[in-house]
Design a protein around this ligand. Structure first.
Ligand SMILES: Cc1cc2nc3c(=O)[nH]c(=O)nc-3n(C[C@H](O)[C@H](O)[C@H](O)COP(=O)(O)OP(=O)(O)OC[C@H]3O[C@@H](n4cnc5c(N)ncnc54)[C@H](O)[C@@H]3O)c2cc1C
Length: 301
């Protein structure tokens, strides 16, 4: 889009022109985008969204990009990130309210240090509070839904606290995937007092388990496909011979078969082709349709 459209938006935050999704996502792949803005504060964000609507500017709000597969194409639009200025956190006895751009890992460690239990499951999920709420992130049989009380949502020009029960939180999904124009501004979680040493020991144990079982030394976006209630996706992928299977610079991890890793020079299209190949093989072998857990963005459908 014409650069002039964005120049007027510079007043609302820190603007970066012509960067790459490779620098904004944990897969470290993806094409370039027109512009990226870190809004300065809530009023600036609201004004920015008003201008975006007024001029019909395409936009995408992203967190840490840890669940995104952005295509290799250029994105003609504006990327918005909240992690620079929207990361305040407020504790009150057995609850915490965090802005959407706060790191969920940092939040879980801070809660642990204060002797507050509930966020242990999130201590290895490399996203923001907003991203975690968006997809009801979870691990070790716990998820955001278990501790979420309410969410500050910007929608239709208004900010509203919405109760967790209204948000259709389910396995790796929420109402937000149906409402692309709704923005999560903050979330309030209910926690429980516990001994900090007990909480830290559990987090440390899980950290070691992740290091042992997940290819954290490579860029990835975590689990690629959703598990089924009675069967983990990795078993299906293993069953059709995909462990270590490679296309271009991307491959199914030898360590954890439901992770696709970027060996260094992968393109988004390599990852996409691996996903299609996995779906095809699992469909043909088991008659099961794999469902992606990672989100594809800016692809030609
Ligand atoms: C090594 C590794 C391990 C992982 N392990 C886990 C795990 O155990 N469990 C798990 O659930 N996930 C896991 N993930 C995936 C990922 O970290 C989570 O899905 C995380 O919640 C995504 O957060 P994010 O901020 O990076 O969101 P992004 O990937 O940036 O965005 C995801 C979606 O959320 C939307 N979004 C983000 N912020 C907002 C907001 N403020 N308002 C509205 N929409 C918003 C975006 O538009 C996008 O549609 C893992 C990823 C990696 C790389």
């Amino acid at each position: 889009m014409d650069r002039k459209i964005y120049t007027n938006l510079e007043q609302y935050g820190d603007m970066v022109y012509g960067g790459s999704f490779g620098d904004l996502t944990t897969f470290r792949v993806g094409g370039t985008y027109d512009a990226l803005i870190y809004p300065k504060n809530q009023l600036a964000l609201e004004e920015l969204l008003h201008q975006i609507r007024k001029h019909s500017i395409p936009y995408k709000l992203i967190g840490k990009g840890s669940n995104l597969l952005c295509s290799d194409r250029h994105y003609e639009g504006l990327v918005i990130r909240l992690d620079k200025y929207f990361h305040s956190v407020f504790f009150d006895e057995e609850s915490v309210t965090a802005q959407a751009g706060a790191s969920i890992i940092a939040l879980s460690y801070e809660a642990a240090g204060r002797g507050l239990s509930g966020l242990e499951f999130a201590s290895g999920i490399p996203g923001t509070v907003g991203g975690a709420v968006f997809m009801n992130a979870g691990a070790y049989k716990s998820c955001v839904k278990d501790i979420l009380q309410e969410v500050l949502v910007y929608h239709d020009g208004f900010c509203d606290w919405m109760a967790a029960e209204e948000l259709q939180l389910d396995y790796r999904t929420s109402i937000f995937s149906l409402k692309p124009d709704w923005l999560i501004l903050a979330a309030r979680f209910v926690l429980k007092t516990n001994d900090p040493e007990t909480i830290n020991a559990l987090m440390q144990h899980r950290r070691m388990a992740r290091i042992a079982n997940q290819p954290l030394e490579y860029p990835s976006a975590g689990s690629v496909f959703r598990n089924f209630p009675d069967q983990p996706a990795w078993q299906l992928l293993e069953g059709v011979g995909l462990r270590s299977y490679t296309i271009g610079g991307a491959r199914f991890s030898e360590k954890h078969c439901n992770f696709i890793i970027n060996g260094g020079k992968a393109k988004a299209s390599d990852i996409e082709r691996l996903m299609q190949e996995a779906k095809r093989r699992v469909r043909e072998a088991y008659g099961i349709e794999l469902i992606a857990e990672i989100e594809r963005f800016n692809w030609d459908e």
